[in-house]
Design a binder for this molecule. Structure first.
Ligand code: NI
Ligand code: MN
Length: 228
């Protein structure tokens, strides 16, 4: 699986012959000024929840990728399909088979509303089962014992993208426990450094994982890397 990091929680995953963009928030990210959101090409846009630091650039991306399909919980689907965008609705616990592989929508412990205050449904995470590997994208979440269900209901994870910045989500100490719950030692961090509330010490975060024999990758914005 090839992954490109666009800052905060925005990643592009290339797997199963398709390009999947997660949580597009680039133009408002003071650290991502080198990324041109208009230039991102994708086949799918997966949305974990409606907070603006996850959806601010959804419509810009969709306008530049008119064939793309949004994947989100029912309320996210309803919001964007009412605006004329192609979207696929899911809800927690369900699988759907797309042309790149299977997706399971899983629980996240957080909140979710659009910037006008309207309801965004529940926040979610995704497990993607593709020919190139299996990836868990946790979304914004606290540590939750529900994560223990993932290795019992999904194929073994190749890697996982977990939030580690604290204040709005779990911190990297809880993310170490989360990596136990999901039986995955290859963790990619997200939701750190973007704002003052979530600035972290990179060396301490890596050390917290290394102490438990696990690997934390803190991607640089614009970096492309492979996980296998
Ligand atoms: Ni959020
Ligand atoms: Mn967030």
């Amino acid at each position: 699986m090839k992954i490109t990091y666009f800052g905060h929680s925005c990643f592009l995953l290339e797997a199963g012959g398709k390009r999947l963009l997660f949580d597009p928030f680039v133009s408002g990210n003071p650290l991502a000024t080198g990324v041109r959101v208009e230039n991102i090409r994708c086949d799918y846009v997966l949305i974990t929840h409606a907070h603006s630091d996850h959806v601010a650039d959804v419509e810009t991306v969709m306008k530049h990728n008119p064939e793309a399909t949004i994947i989100g919980i029912w309320e996210i689907y309803a919001h964007y399909s009412a605006k004329g965008y192609k979207a696929h609705p899911m809800n927690k616990g369900g699988w759907w088979t797309f042309d790149f592989g299977r997706v399971k929508m899983v629980n996240a412990v957080h909140s979710s509303s659009f910037s006008d205050g309207s309801y965004g449904g529940d926040p979610v995470g995704f497990v993607l089962d593709t020919p190139d590997g299996v990836l868990y994208v946790a979304g914004d979440t606290a540590l939750t014992t529900d994560m223990q269900l993932i290795p019992r209901t999904c194929p073994p994870l190749t890697a996982a993208i977990l939030p580690i910045g604290s204040n709005f989500t779990m911190d990297y100490h809880d993310a170490v426990l989360a990596s136990d719950f999901i039986s995955c030692n290859h963790i990619i961090g997200c939701h750190f450094d973007t704002f003052g509330f979530i600035k972290i010490d990179h060396e301490q975060a890596r050390a917290a994982f290394a102490e438990k024999g696990k690997h934390l990758h803190l991607p640089a914005i614009g970096e492309t890397f492979n996980v296998s």
